[in-house]
Design a protein around this ligand. Structure first.
Ligand SMILES: Cc1cc2nc3c(=O)[nH]c(=O)nc-3n(C[C@H](O)[C@H](O)[C@H](O)COP(=O)(O)O)c2cc1C
Ligand code: SF4
Length: 423
């Protein structure tokens, strides 16, 4: 009997990132092309319903702001009748967030892989990626990436949304894709009836990039970093009074103080955690706080979409708070009473605090309590949480304004971009 000499096998196409590697989404080397992407992580295995179980076991939570378990969202859509639609939400309306567009520029194929894999797991026959129309550099990067992908893959539709904060809220996004205005819909359960009346899943682009890796390397690998209740890495946009602002990828649960050291934060008066939808945390309270939902909950905060603004101790905090209160008022979709009137009342009260009006603090507390939990979307909750945390953290400065003693400059770390069209 002849024996054939052992033929050396080709190196496995599936290359496993080293378990300790934390640069999962923003690779340390290699560019954004399809070839470079495949060299980094290998081809995407064919995904089926098994991926839903894998995502459930991974413990992945959405990175768009609310932190809902991604696997449970998949189960909700999978349990409905009819073909599903999957939408990647890359609209990134949060004014200071840059993580989604940096991810789409540096690793677009990982996001598209996640979208394709979720589409296959849900037997979706329509998959869509949405980005803000004003971000033409992101649109161009995505167009290029879509052309590069193999012809046998599913068609991915690229849609460009209006520049409105609220346009990224999932019911507003679905309504706009359906040909309407980008305003939220009251009580709309998109997992039952979303795009074209079909069961629809909307996931943030960062969430989908994690799915692109879970589909390759499994739930166990995903859990190698981060605490058991909140595994994985997350993208954070760090800005404000720091020497090295930018988008960083960190393991969930890592030290906030260490991150501030890494970015060169100057003497911090307070942090705004979670962006405009987030809350202020006093500088003295951040020392032992890990960057996780569990850790931040101990100081009344949460990671949200991962924006962290370091406010230095030599600027007027209330001037920053007033800018954001105006932003909220300007960005109401004008559909619900508490939002239309309440957000303007909150903005007026905060202007009053800044101007030293002695009645203003009580008015701000009154109006934030009035709008909470009301409205078709959570916009009023975002405004209320932001202003209430400012009242707690910058309470001492209210008296300074009342007595005309605040001499700190108005820096303008927090911008208030004007709203665009509804279509
Ligand atoms: C006012 C408002 C604005 C939002 N803007 C965005 C956004 O720009 N991008 C995003 O991914 N999610 C945004 N969301 C959250 C979406 O409604 C939705 O929960 C998210 O896209 C789901 O993705 P995830 O489960 O992967 O986090 C917003 C929500 C609200 C209330
Ligand atoms: S709560 Fe405000 S933003 Fe949300 S739908 Fe109602 S009016 Fe529009």
């Amino acid at each position: 009997m002849t024996r054939t000499a052992a033929v050396p096998t080709r190196p496995a196409a599936r290359r496993r990132p080293t378990p300790t590697e934390t640069a999962r989404l923003l690779p340390a080397s290699g560019g954004p092309t399809y070839r470079e992407h495949l060299d980094r992580v290998g081809p995407l295995p064919a995904a089926g319903p098994g991926l839903i179980q894998e995502v459930l076991e991974s413990g992945l939570r959405g990175r768009g702001g609310a932190g809902f378990p991604t696997g449970r969202k998949m189960v909700a859509v999978r349990g409905r009748r009819g073909p599903a639609v999957v939408v990647a939400n890359g609209t990134e309306g949060e004014p200071l967030s840059a993580k989604d567009r940096v991810l789409l520029a540096r690793n677009p194929h990982l996001v598209l892989d996640g979208l394709v894999a979720v589409g296959a797991a849900l037997r979706g026959d329509r998959i869509i990626i949405a980005v803000e129309r004003a971000r033409q550099d992101t649109v161009a990067a995505l167009r290029h990436a879509l052309v590069e992908r193999p012809d046998h893959g599913p068609v991915i539709e690229l849609v460009q949304t209006p520049s409105r904060y609220i346009a990224g809220q999932e019911t507003a996004l679905v309504r706009w894709i359906n040909g309407g205005e980008a305003r939220p819909v009251f009580g709309n359960r998109i997992y039952e009836r979303g795009v074209a009346g079909r069961p629809t899943l909307v996931d943030n682009v960062e969430t989908l990039a994690h799915v692109g890796l879970i589909a390759r390397f499994g739930a166990g690998w995903f859990r190698l970093i981060g605490p058991p209740a909140e595994p994985g890495s997350m993208l954070v946009t760090v800005t404000g009074g720091v020497d090295r602002p930018g988008v960083y990828e960190v393991p969930i649960g890592s030290s906030l103080t260490q991150l501030l050291g890494q970015v060169g934060a100057r003497r911090v008066q307070a942090l705004l955690v979670g962006g405009y939808f987030g809350t202020w945390v006093g500088g003295e309270r951040i020392a032992a706080v890990p960057l996780s939902a569990e850790g931040l909950a101990t100081v009344g905060s949460r990671p949200g979409c991962g924006v962290i603004v370091a406010l230095p101790d030599d600027v007027c905090a209330w001037a920053e708070v007033a800018t954001v209160a105006e932003f909220y008022s300007a960005h109401s979709a004008g559909q619900c009473g508490p939002c239309v009137f309440g957000l303007e009342d909150i903005a007026r009260a905060v202007r009053g605090v800044l101007a030293g009006d002695p009645e203003a603090e009580a008015a701000a507390r009154h109006w934030t309590a009035m709008v909470k939990g009301r409205g078709a979307c959570h916009l009023p909750d975002g405004a209320a949480g932001f202003v209430e945390s400012a009242l707690d953290v910058f309470g001492g400065e209210i008296a300074d304004h009342r007595l005309g003693r605040c001499q700190r400059p108005h820096h303008g770390y927090l911008p208030s971009p004007a709203p665009g069209d509804w279509r």
